[in-house]
Design a protein around this ligand. Structure first.
Ligand code: ADP
Ligand code: TRP
Length: 322
């Protein structure tokens, strides 16, 4: 049976990009097909940027609540925190020792983070190797991710192949599953929406705060009366990721017809988000108020994840002579 695996960092609150790019596609894949799935919270990855324990714990809770609110069925999927299975760190070391330094130095996401962040630590540099360990530790075949993670999955494949080449067939070579329709969701400033860029739409906020969040989307200063180009507008570019074709066509007409301001478009987006994520928002609040339910789901998953990790680790260590 094919094994599907994916993770989300607990580096902030879950956002629209995480939902559309990772959480919902992964849940659909798990529920619709007969495959085993592992879905986890990459809290070790988030330690590259988040050092405050309370913040990280709160983020982990909200990411877990988001997975559960979006319909993750823990009787079908193994749901866990990355840090609860420490073998992943041990495996990272073994993989590090077959990973060429230039491959990591050339990673887009490292270069990007190195330019933006003041704390450029070795963990950021080694991030893709920990990610490779996440995947091969569980013999995963399919890794659903957003387009921005494509290079990381290619690196995982290269590392796993290098290891197999040297030691024999130890690891399954995984494939990325990238939904081409779900492109990278833009943030409130038009760049890729990301927890680390402060430009997220947090669909789980209480109504008033969500409205404020939507109103903060950056637009140009075209006057209300004038026709507008939807394709260059952040509001439309976010709207189109959630709207039906009919809603999109109507919205384009509004933009192109004039007498339709960005404020109107933002209100329409806000209402669309409330409508589209009504049930998810209710369930999210439920889980956030009932932390013990989240904990129970995670602990059950961690027991199952640990079992697989032990088996694969034993296979690796036997082969490489530790
Ligand atoms: P962030 O950049 O907010 O920290 P993560 O790195 O934790 O997000 O990403 C978790 C998952 O969500 C990945 O599969 C990633 O591809 C997906 N994802 C993150 N941001 C976006 C986005 N803006 N559009 C589409 N998918 C996204
Ligand atoms: N690096 C991924 C991201 O930022 C999160 C992640 C960590 C992940 N380990 C993974 C995704 C393993 C898929 C598989 O989006």
């Amino acid at each position: 049976m094919a094994r599907v695996l994916t993770g989300i960092q607990s580096s902030g609150r879950p956002h629209l990009g995480n939902l559309l790019g990772a959480i919902l596609p992964a849940i659909n894949l798990t529920n619709s097909e007969k495959q085993e799935s592992l879905l986890f919270i990459a809290d070790l990855h988030s330690f590259t940027t988040i050092k405050d324990p309370a913040t990280r714990i709160e983020n982990t809770k909200s990411i877990a609540a988001a997975w559960l609110a979006c319909g993750l069925d823990t009787s079908k999927s193994i749901f866990y925190r990355q840090s609860k299975i420490p073998e992943v760190c041990e495996l990272t070391w073994y993989l590090n020792c077959v990973t060429p330094y230039p491959m990591l130095a050339n990673a887009h996401s490292f270069k990007d983070k190195a330019n933006r962040l003041s704390d450029v630590n070795a963990g950021l540099f080694d991030y893709p190797v920990l990610m490779a360990a996440d995947i091969v530790l569980y013999d995963a075949n399919i890794v659903p991710v957003g387009k921005d993670q494509q290079q990381h999955i290619e690196m995982t494949r290269d590392i796993a192949k290098a290891f197999n080449h040297q030691f024999g067939d130890i690891f399954v070579i995984p494939e990325a599953k990238i939904d081409e329709e779900v492109m990278t969701i833009p943030g409130t400033d038009g760049q890729k929406m990301s927890k680390s860029y402060g430009n997220i739409l947090d669909v789980f906020l209480p109504e008033k705060k969500l409205k404020k969040n939507v109103m903060s989307i950056v637009t140009d200063s075209t006057p209300m009366e004038e026709p507008k180009n939807p394709d260059t507008c952040n509001v439309y570019n976010i709207y189109k990721t959630v709207a039906t074709s009919e809603q999109k066509a109507d919205m384009r007409k509004n933009y192109e017809g004039g007498n339709y301001g960005y404020g109107h478009a933002k209100t329409a987006l806000f209402e669309l988000l409330l409508d589209k994520f009504k049930e998810e928002r209710e369930r999210f609040d439920h889980f956030m108020e009932n932390e013990s339910e989240i904990e129970q789901h995670l602990q059950e998953g961690e027991e199952k994840a640990r079992k697989i990790a032990h088996e694969v680790m034993a296979r690796v260590k036997n082969t490489i002579g530790f």
